[in-house]
Structure formats: structure tokens, C-alpha cells
Design a protein around this ligand. Structure first.
Ligand code: AMP
Length: 385
């Protein structure tokens, strides 16, 4: 019997997203090769992993020679490296989409151009520009690095005029120039995300909206489907589709939105599978990971309908007791195989139930068993209306 050749998928980045992509990819007949700067990246526990710098063209060449198609688990791969790779193998999403999502100014300018509301924002390169931007946008506001920020890192909240110097010092690191953006602080009612997928043929689908709670800038808990009006849901999905079409996007992405008094303001997009879509593994007919692979491989997209109601709890810093967690009915455990470290995403759990009331009961039980989950009570309150 001759050996069957599997489709070889390359992933730039070898973290938990690459790991969950590889796990979803096995039934589709794929074989993964990940490239990461860390030889111990957790994706390497389930698939082949190459350790290299993303700028190392020799390594990228060897990577390209071993794969049929490339995608990302990490959006901060240098856009030049993505473009270089795209000349050798098909790369999805395309490097332009990646480039836009890497820069908060480019991203918010595109949102505006598409008629998608955003918090007021201004580019800030110098301390004088920061002073002018604070005058224009007002306080409270948030100063962020334009690039390389994630999980609330590279951000400084300004509450009063005296914070200007401290904010500049925190993000410019003593340099006269820095590439920053000032955004109005949005006193949102809720944070929502649209996880969408667009196929190579332009077909677009989205999962029902997810409601997200953050703790110290990091996603803590998600509920899906979010309890929002049909009008808000339709506007959010239309924004996501407009964005995907404008970027000729292929694959899964997330659009993060603030909802305030029925108005939607876009915060950012993630050009990859997203933490707020992890509930889809057990909570949707086809998961975001399967759908990303279907899209980039040019296969028909899978059903994005939910299976009942889901909650996703992130394990930040360290894992709780797995055996205790598994006593909660309907709980699914995901250990990323990472070592414990403050602020690090090391795993998650999904709770799935047939109704919002049952999900609230399961979350209550999870809260009792696991104790230290900060956002469980607000989510229970949201579910019980
Ligand atoms: P980001 O890295 O931009 O996704 O920000 C992380 C989290 O900080 C968001 O999910 C919000 O909870 C909060 N945040 C960021 N920007 C704003 C804003 N302009 N107004 C209010 N909260 C914000």
C-alpha cells in the first residue's frame, strides 16, 4: 500500500491557536508544520515545529519547501516576511490584511472608511502631539502602542491632565518619538465580538455574537450567543462582512466591538482564530478552527450555528484543578501544555448547556468549584437577565 500524502499546512506561530488548529486539522487529512521563535512553543507537542526567527529567510525558505499552504497563529509576524512567503506558497489571510491588523491607526482608519464607528482616535508620535490629542479627544482616554500590543499590554489610561507625562514616559521609553495612538475611553455597556469566516470564493459566514468580559486587559470569560437585539447583531455582522470583503480576507477573523447604548464602536480586528471563538469547539456545529482550515484550503465552509448556549472561561497564569473542574456538568477542559506564568493564557474550559438558565446553573457550580474566576458572577447575572 503506498503512503497517502496529507495536505501540509504551515503555521507562522506555534502557540495554543496553532495547536488547536492542528487538532482540528487531523480529521481533514492535514499535517502541520509550525514555525516559532520558541523551540518549546506548545503547538510543538501536537505537530512538527521549526524554531527560527520570522525574519530568517533561509529558515522561511525551508519552511516553504515543506508546506502546501501557510497561515498564522500570531499576527505580529513581520509583514515583509509574510509577503516573501506569499511569493512561494499560498498564504491566507493575505499579507495586506495582516499589515492592516498590525497597525491600530491603519485598522481604525479602515473601519472609518467602511462606515464602522470607532472611539475618537488620533496618531501620537511626540509628547506635544499627545498634549494636542488629549485636548482634542478629552479625558478619560487610552494611549496605546500602534503596533505589537496585545492583552492590554502597551496601554496607559489617562484620567487627568497630570497623567500626560506619565503616559508618555510609560510608552515612549525615554525616546523623543514613538508610534502611538490616543483613543477616547468608551464607558461601554458590553464588549462583543463577531467571529467570522470568509472562503476563497468570497462566501462569508459568522458565528452568533459573543459577549466578552476582560480582567486586567485579558479576556476572562465569553458567553455565546450574546443576548443582543436582532438589530445590533445584524449591524455587527454587516460590519464584519464589510471588513472581510474590503480586505479580500480568507480564513477566520474576529472583530471586537464596544456596545454603548445600542451604538457599536469597533476596537480592533484579529486576523486569525480568536480567543473569543474558543467556545465554538464544543458549542458550534463546526468550530472556528475547522472553519479556518476549510476556508484556507478552499473547502466548503462549515455550519456556524450554535449547539445551545456556551460559556468559555480562560485559565490565566495557572491551571485550576482539572479533576475538580470536570465535576461540573457540561464542562470541557483544554490544557495548552504551557508552564504557569503570571498573565499567560495556559488553558480554557467551555461549558455547554441547552438553555441560558442551565448554563447559568453550570457557571454557578463552576464558580463554586473553581473560586478564583473573576467574571463568573456578571456572566450569571447576564444569563439570568
Ligand atoms: P485591546 O488590546 O485594544 O483589545 O484592549 C484590551 C481591553 O482594554 C479591551 O478589551 C477593553 O476591555 C479595554 N479597552 C481597550 N480600549 C478601550 C477603549 N477605547 N475604551 C474602553 N476600554 C478599552
Amino acid at each position: 500500500m503506498s503512503e497517502r500524502s496529507l495536505i501540509r499546512v504551515g503555521v507562522l506561530g506555534g502557540g495554543q491557536l496553532a495547536r488547536m488548529l492542528a487538532l482540528a486539522g487531523a480529521p481533514l487529512g492535514t499535517k502541520f508544520l509550525m514555525l516559532d521563535t520558541d523551540a518549546n512553543a506548545c503547538g510543538g507537542q501536537v505537530a512538527a515545529l521549526m524554531q527560527a526567527d520570522y525574519r530568517d529567510l533561509d529558515a522561511l525558505g525551508r519552511f516553504a519547501a515543506q508546506i502546501d499552504i501557510a497561515t498564522f497563529d500570531f499576527e505580529n509576524v513581520p509583514a515583509d516576511s509574510a509577503a516573501w512567503l506569499a511569493e512561494r506558497v499560498p498564504v491566507f489571510p493575505n499579507p495586506r490584511a495582516l499589515g492592516v491588523a498590525q497597525d491600530r491607526m491603519a485598522e481604525k482608519s479602515l473601519f472609518r472608511g467602511l462606515g464602522i464607528g470607532t472611539p475618537a482616535f488620533a496618531a501620537v508620535d511626540t509628547l506635544d502631539q499627545l498634549r494636542a490629542a488629549v485636548e482634542q479627544i478629552g479625558l478619560p482616554s487610552i494611549l496605546k502602542t500602534r503596533r505589537l500590543g496585545y492583552d492590554g499590554k502597551g496601554q496607559f489610561r489617562l484620567r487627568q491632565p497630570a497623567d500626560v507625562e506619565a503616559a508618555w514616559a510609560a510608552l515612549a521609553h525615554g525616546q523623543p518619538q514613538a508610534s502611538l495612538i490616543l483613543e477616547a475611553f468608551v464607558p461601554f455597556d458590553s464588549e462583543l465580538s463577531v467571529v467570522g469566516v470568509r472562503g476563497r470564493d468570497g462566501e462569508f459566514r459568522s458565528y452568533p455574537l459573543t459577549r466578552n468580559w476582560h480582567h486586567e486587559g485579558i479576556l476572562s470569560l465569553s458567553l455565546a450567543p450574546a443576548e443582543v437585539s436582532d438589530d445590533i447583531a445584524a449591524r455587527a455582522v454587516a460590519h464584519a462582512q464589510a471588513l472581510a470583503d474590503a480586505l479580500d480576507y480568507v480564513g477566520v477573523f474576529a472583530l471586537e466591538l464596544f456596545e454603548q447604548g445600542g451604538e457599536l464602536l469597533a476596537n480592533e480586528m484579529a486576523p486569525r482564530v480568536h480567543n473569543s471563538g474558543h467556545w465554538t469547539i464544543e458549542g458550534a456545529v463546526s468550530s472556528q478552527f475547522e472553519n479556518h482550515l476549510r476556508a484556507v484550503l478552499g473547502l466548503p465552509l462549515g455550519d456556524t450555528a450554535t449547539r445551545g448556549h456556551s460559556a468559555m472561561l480562560n485559565w490565566i497564569g495557572a491551571l485550576p484543578d482539572c479533576a475538580a473542574a470536570l465535576t461540573v456538568p457540561g464542562l470541557h477542559w483544554h490544557d495548552y501544555g504551557k508552564s504557569a506564568r503570571a498573565g499567560r493564557k495556559v488553558g480554557h474550559a467551555t461549558l455547554r448547556a441547552d438553555s441560558a438558565a442551565q448554563l447559568a446553573d453550570a457557571l454557578e457550580r463552576a464558580g463554586q468549584v473553581l473560586q478564583r474566576q473573576p467574571q463568573v458572577q456578571p456572566a450569571i447575572d447576564a444569563l439570568r437577565g
